[in-house]
Design a protein around this ligand. Structure first.
Ligand code: GAL
Length: 419
């Protein structure tokens, strides 16, 4: 009997057993774009928390900062009828998927965890659809930050710039010293991320909202937006010749290593400084894009859970509960560079920049200056965001004058609204 058939039957039986066993061990397949050192370290916190609950983790990392690649792969997965258990997602993308009716309902976990009370309303706007919780917020990042190498700045006698003109003067002084003034990754999502703070520096929250929330044509093509593109043009003069296509974390590494003085980037960059054992206010400085102080342009990473079979729902609920736990919100966000997505978490374990970010988030929320980041999909839907990306990137790369860029921005956004 121990012939070929016997062996194959035994093998089949073993396979069936292992497969059956695999079904018995709950797991979650998670699609995300957290592939840098600090992002992976932060995500490990969740993997380990779920492991402790006997929930396995099937990783589906899609490299590419900002998540554009990840969303392309996700669309292919879902249209082929094979959605992951959960996916990292931002802002209006979540609402677009919710409209398709393919997301699971997290109300049970949300009600048990009192999410309505502890999650800021500005974040809930993207976590709920039709009154149901369809996503669990993992963190709150924000984009109007500048990161500086403190040793380099001190050596050049450069104080932290508070105004746009002081920022430009500081970068000019760095450039004159032979160092790279501004570390930039030449990718549209990164150029647009810097532009969030530039727009704020010109006209503050009202201008930002009229342009990026209301999509007001006169504002998008008007003199203040021309000034914003003039400032973007100024920045172009401070980057190194090899900026094009550079990944965001490699630009951050240039500041970490003192090759460059500044980077304008969301506070996921801070995760990279911490991951490199750098200390805030000692090795690096964190400050709001000069001229944008008092405003926070936020983006909250959330996990959406796709509608899956009953056998998977328990794991999804367990994952959602784990993400919203206070312990996870501290353990993850202290590594990731973001702040907690719930307001009842103490800042004691956060570094100086984290403490500042938590206080600024709270204050902005109270003063109505907690605004969704355009670059990170929290001000307008993807079609509009991508139209802005195209024009900002073209302008940064010298294809438009500031006057042309403002006109093109209004035109492109109007077209995108009709798509
Ligand atoms: C953002 C995301 C951050 C970080 C960053 C760089 O969209 O919210 O968590 O991943 O991209 O990839």
């Amino acid at each position: 009997m121990r012939g070929l058939i016997g062996r194959s039957l035994t093998a089949a039986a073993a396979l069936a057993m292992s497969t059956a066993f695999a079904h018995a061990a709950p797991n979650v397949e998670v699609l995300h774009w957290w592939t840098s050192g600090s992002e992976a370290a932060a995500l490990n916190v969740l993997k380990q928390d779920l492991q402790k609950e006997g929930i396995g983790w099937k990783d589906m990392p899609i490299a590419g900062g900002g998540g554009g690649n990840a969303m392309t792969v996700l669309r292919a997965r879902v249209t082929s009828g094979n959605p992951p258990t959960a996916a990292q997602m931002l802002g209006y993308d979540i609402l677009d998927w919710a409209k398709l009716g393919v997301l699971g309902n997290l109300n049970n976990v949300a009600e048990a965890g009192n999410w309505d009370k502890v999650v800021p309303k500005a974040i809930q706007k993207f976590s709920k659809y039709d009154g149901h919780w369809i996503a669990v917020p993992v963190d709150v990042h924000s984009t109007n930050w500048v990161w500086g190498n403190k040793h380099l700045l001190d050596s050049l006698g450069i104080a932290q710039p508070k105004t746009w003109d002081e920022f430009i003067a500081a970068m000019a002084k760095v450039k004159a010293s032979g160092k790279i003034a501004l570390a930039m990754g030449g990718q549209p999502w990164q150029e647009a991320t810097a532009f969030d703070g530039v727009v704020l520096s010109v006209g503050g929250p009202d201008f930002y909202k009229k342009a990026f929330y209301d999509l007001d044509q006169a504002t998008l093509s008007g003199p203040q937006m021309v000034e914003a593109f003039k400032r973007l043009e100024q920045l172009r003069g401070f980057v190194d010749p090899n900026f094009s296509g550079r990944d965001w974390n490699l630009a951050t590494a240039m500041v970490i290593n003192g090759k460059a003085a500044f980077q304008m980037m969301g506070d996921w960059a801070k995760g990279e400084f911490l991951h490199a054992d750098k200390k805030p206010m000692v090795d690096f400085e964190c400050f709001r894009t000069p001229g944008s102080q008092g405003v926070v342009t936020f983006n909250s990473d959330q996990f959406v859970m796709f509608k899956v079979g009953k056998d998977k729902q328990a794991s999804q609920d367990a994952m959602a509960k784990a993400v919203m736990s206070k312990s996870f919100q501290v353990a993850f966000n202290t590594v990731k560079g973001s702040v907690p997505a719930r307001t009842d978490v103490a800042d004691t374990q956060f570094d100086a920049c984290g403490k500042m970010a938590m206080a600024q988030l709270k204050s902005a929320d109270e003063h109505g200056t907690l605004l969704g980041s355009m670059a990170q999909g929290h001000a307008a839907p993807a079609a509009v965001k991508n139209a802005e990306y195209d024009v900002v990137s073209a302008a940064f790369n010298g294809q438009y004058t500031p006057e042309q860029a403002a006109k093109e921005l209004a035109k492109a956004i109007k077209l995108a609204q009709q798509s």
